[in-house]
Structures are given as structure tokens and as C-alpha cells.
Write a protein that binds this ligand. Structure first.
Ligand SMILES: Cc1cc2nc3c(=O)[nH]c(=O)nc-3n(C[C@H](O)[C@H](O)[C@H](O)COP(=O)(O)OP(=O)(O)OC[C@H]3O[C@@H](n4cnc5c(N)ncnc54)[C@H](O)[C@@H]3O)c2cc1C
Length: 483
């Protein structure tokens, strides 16, 4: 087999993980990763927080699920030690100007016993949730928030489920796909049976199978739900990039991939010519590990159907404002809080990052704490926050946080990281459209798609898809070389 040339567009976790898997599957391949921006990592980014955290702290994604295997396995291969959240602190929900413990016996906020939401919801809202209104059996996928609202009332959807799902997708639960977000409830939608009973069954099964290993539970002996790395989950990017460079992979920054030209089969031309920055790169395989709108733009002339489906995937804008506070005399308690949109607050969530992550607390000057404040939900108009300059955005987030928490801790450092068009919105039918894209992809040999726009937005699912696409592309190249 002559040395295959492979170009990967995008050096977020998906692009780098795809390259990593390809170096193992095809050790002789010439691999080039082209990244549009001047830094690697995409949604994974660390900062020293003005020198207060010299080893780095996350200002983008800050954790990965540990209950899925992919991230921990990759870290083990790269020789990285895992860090886990503190069990001393729990998260809270800020509703009607009061901080409440996060309800624990729910499935992403959907209760099995509505009475457990008493105090967070009003008595009449709890009563409404308990009097579940069964709906007609539905076909296919449904909008999860609308479905929950129709079954258990608006409050369960808008006050409890919305902030929990919003924490993952920066989206609104009434517009998100149930199949993609809480698939365990789909049978209840399809058969017209009780959601409360479905949650109860799922929770019982999970407790039996994994010792109460469910987000929100606090059993001291349960395995952790989340993990990260010392210096932030963003250090995974550095480790991957170092590994790839050591294996001869070219990683080009400030090099956007803007077009693809398929070669004529049998003409002796390369399968693809990739326009990357000022270069035209010949390649036997190309993998686009970029957001859906960027992949759509590159594929317009290659496959209008795939490009059209990708172009229809909307993205949410959000921002993370990170503060280093002097909390010496009055340490913060808890790991943070979520706020439903019904509260009309400027921020939508806050993580007390140094309470949540012991490694970060140990890395900071004594008496200080790191607090992350999240701003932005899908559908916010430009004047909600995006049009504000960084100084104003940070000041308004901190003022809102102080008002909510009552803390007047002095601020040592404050920084804004905007995440524009960063989180794909999984609308009803998303997973079917993703499957249709995969089917259509088989029309093009040596073309792959990885990233958060397909099977899931979390890091583990991105890693799973990256491994699967790397395997598929490697198998295709190996088979082509034999013929
Ligand atoms: C604020 C925030 C917090 C999050 N928190 C978590 C979390 O705690 N845990 C978790 O599991 N997930 C989290 N996520 C989601 C997760 O981080 C992302 O879904 C995942 O990192 C996406 O990785 P990716 O490589 O597919 O895409 P991206 O990270 O978006 O990377 C795509 C890369 O492609 C580049 N690019 C774009 N166009 C081109 C082009 N034409 N040519 C070349 N390069 C191009 C971009 O510059 C970028 O570097 C979070 C996301 C955000 C925004």
C-alpha cells in the first residue's frame, strides 16, 4: 500500500482524537490536521486566570462523564491521571429567589415522585405534576420539554428540566429532542403510558445496576459521575497534540479548510484535493471535524444533500465569565447552582469550580476561590448579552452572582470567554438525520465527519464517534489498497 495521505479539518477534541486513532490504525499514513484558528482545542480551553492558577484552569468544557468509558480510556492511553469532583459539595437550584438542594430522585429533572419537588415548586405545581395527564401515543421523536409540560405541567419542564438540559446544550428544553436528551422516556411517549412510572423504573434499574451511580446522587461509595484532569480537561488537548507531533502528524494552525474537490476515479488523481489556507493538499481521505455549519460550507459542491442537512443544524451562543475571588473569611459552600430561565436573571448557572475540584483548590493562592458564571441560552436576542463588550458582560455577570449569593468577596481577576456558535441544538429527529448523513456519506469513499453535531455533544460521545470514523476510513483505505 502506498502511503495514504489524510487531511483532518478542525483541531478540537474530535479532530485530534480522530488523528490519534488514525495514527494507531494506519501508522504509516501522512496525516495533516488543519485548524482555522490560532489555537488548538475548540471548546476545550484553559487559562492561567491572570496568573492565579499558573498550571491552568478550564474556561470552556470543564469535565467529562466518568460513567462512560471513552475519556478515561483515552487518558489512560496517554498516561494522564484523573481527577474527580469533591463529594463534600453539592449543586443547587435557584428558584423564586431561594437556593434549593438539587432534587436527587429525578431523571434529568423529571421526577418519579412529584412530592420530592415540594418547596422548589408551589403546592399547586406539585399537585399538577402528581396528576399526570396521559397523552395519545406519539410516533418517532418528540420535543422533550413540550412532552413533559403536557404530562406533568409547565413548571416541571420550565423550572426543573430546562436548567438541567440547558446546562448541557445551552438550549431550551421545549425545543430539544427527547431521543437525544432523555431517551429513557421515549417508550412512555410512544405507548401513551406514565412518565412518572417510567422514571421510577429507570431509576430502580440504574440503582440496582450501578449502586446509585446517577448524576445528582451522593452515595459516598458510588463511583464518581464526572472526571477531569489536573490543569483542566483542556490539558487533554496538549497531551493529544504532543502525541500526534511525536508520531509525525502535521498540525497547522490558522489554516481553515474552505473547499474540497473530488478526484476523477481511475484518473490517477488523488481522491480529494483539499483547499486549506493557501495550499491545495492532495489526499486519499478527508475528515471534517468542524461544526456542522462549517462542514456544510465545505461540502456544498460535493454533496448538496449532506450539506443541506448539516446547514440546518442551529448552534447556541454562550459565554463563561470566570472570577478569582478573595473568599478567605467567608468560604463559599456548595459546588454551584443552576437558574431556570423563569427567574429572569442575567446568569444561568454558576460553578464554584475550586469547591467542585480539589485539584483546583490546591492550585490557587490560599483564601481564594474560582467561580464560573455562565451566560446565554439558545434564542437569546443579540441585546440580551452578546452585544455587550467584555468588561460590561463580566461586570453584569458578577453583579448578578453577588446579588444571588449575597457574597461580597473581592475580585482578584475576572475574564470572559465567549463561545459563539459552539453548541449544536439537537432538535426532534436529530439522531435520525445524523443516521441519514452517515448513510449518505457512504457515497463518498474517503470522506468522514466527526464532531459534536452528530451523535452527542459531550466529550465521550465525540471520542466515540472519532474512533468509529477513524476505523471506517482506515478500513476503506486498507481495502482500496488491496484492489
Ligand atoms: C462552554 C462550554 C462548556 C462545555 N462543557 C462541557 C463539559 O463540561 N463536558 C463535556 O463533555 N462537554 C462540554 N461541552 C461540549 C464539548 O466541549 C463540545 O461538544 C466538544 O468539545 C466539541 O468538540 P469538537 O472537536 O467536535 O468541536 P469544536 O470544539 O467546536 O472544535 C472544532 C474546531 O474546528 C475548527 N474549525 C472550524 N471551521 C474550520 C474550518 N473550516 N477549517 C478548519 N478548522 C475549522 C474550530 O476553530 C475548532 O477548533 C461544553 C461546550 C461549551 C461550549
Amino acid at each position: 500500500m502506498s502511503t495514504p495521505r489524510i487531511v483532518i479539518a478542525g483541531a478540537g477534541i474530535s479532530g485530534l482524537a480522530t488523528a490519534y486513532r488514525l495514527t494507531r490504525a494506519l501508522p504509516d499514513a501522512e496525516i495533516t490536521v488543519c485548524e482555522a484558528s490560532d489555537r488548538l482545542g475548540g471548546c476545550l480551553k484553559t487559562s492561567t486566570l491572570g496568573g492565579q492558577a499558573p498550571g491552568g484552569a478550564d474556561v470552556g468544557a470543564e469535565a467529562s462523564l466518568f460513567v462512560r468509558p471513552e475519556t478515561a480510556e483515552l487518558c489512560a492511553e496517554l498516561g494522564l491521571d484523573l481527577e474527580f469532583p469533591s463529594r463534600e459539595h453539592s449543586s443547587q437550584l435557584f428558584v423564586r429567589d431561594v437556593m434549593h438542594p438539587m432534587p436527587t430522585d429525578t431523571l434529568m429533572g423529571v421526577p418519579s415522585e412529584p412530592a420530592s419537588l415540594a418547596g422548589i415548586l408551589t403546592a399547586s405545581e406539585v399537585e399538577r405534576a402528581g396528576a399526570e395527564t396521559l397523552t395519545e401515543p406519539a410516533d418517532g421523536d418528540v420535543p422533550v420539554g413540550e412532552f413533559i409540560a403536557s404530562r406533568l405541567g409547565d413548571a416541571v419542564a420550565d423550572v426543573i428540566v430546562d436548567p438541567l438540559l440547558g446546562g448541557v446544550y445551552a438550549g431550551r428544553c421545549r425545543e430539544l429532542s427527547m431521543a437525544a436528551t432523555i431517551p429513557a422516556l421515549l417508550p412512555a411517549a410512544h405507548t401513551g403510558t406514565s412518565v412518572l412510572e417510567a422514571v421510577s423504573k429507570v431509576r430502580a434499574q440504574r440503582s440496582a445496576a450501578s449502586g446509585a451511580n446517577i448524576p445528582g446522587t451522593k452515595a459516598q461509595d458510588a463511583p464518581p459521575v464526572f472526571m477531569t484532569l489536573s490543569g483542566g480537561i483542556g490539558t487533554l488537548i496538549t497531551a493529544l497534540a504532543d502525541d500526534l507531533s511525536a508520531r509525525g502528524v502535521r498540525i497547522e494552525r490558522s489554516t481553515p479548510v474552505t473547499a474540497l474537490q473530488p478526484g476523477q476515479p481511475g484518473s490517477g488523481e488523488p481522491s480529494w484535493t483539499v483547499r486549506a489556507g493557501e495550499e491545495h493538499l492532495p489526499a486519499e481521505a478527508v475528515i471534517l471535524a468542524v461544526p456542522a455549519y462549517a462542514a456544510a460550507s465545505v461540502l456544498t459542491d460535493v454533496d448538496a444533500e449532506i450539506a443541506g442537512t448539516l446547514g440546518d443544524i442551529d448552534y447556541a451562543d454562550s459565554a463563561v465569565v470566570t472570577a478569582v475571588l478573595e473568599t478567605g473569611a467567608a468560604p463559599l459552600s456548595g459546588s454551584g447552582f443552576l437558574i431556570p430561565p423563569t427567574e429572569g436573571r442575567f446568569i444561568k448557572a454558576s460553578t464554584f469550580a475550586s469547591n467542585k475540584w480539589p485539584w483546583l483548590k490546591d492550585a490557587l493562592p490560599a483564601g481564594t476561590a474560582v467561580v464560573r458564571m455562565s451566560v446565554g441560552r439558545y434564542g437569546d436576542g443579540p441585546h440580551a448579552w452578546a452585544a455587550l463588550d467584555d468588561e460590561e458582560l463580566a461586570a453584569r455577570a458578577l453583579a448578578d452572582w453577588r446579588d444571588i449569593t449575597g457574597s461580597q468577596a473581592e475580585c482578584r481577576h475576572l475574564e470572559v470567554q465567549r463561545w459563539t456558535q459552539s453548541l449544536p441544538q439537537y432538535r426532534p429527529g436529530h439522531l435520525d438525520r445524523s443516521t441519514a448523513i452517515d448513510t449518505a456519506l457512504t457515497r463518498h469513499s474517503g470522506l468522514g465527519l466527526t464532531g459534536a453535531a452528530y451523535d452527542g455533544v459531550g466529550i465521550p460521545v465525540c471520542l466515540k464517534r472519532a474512533a468509529a470514523e477513524a476505523h471506517r476510513i482506515a478500513a476503506g483505505l486498507t481495502a482500496a489498497a488491496r484492489t
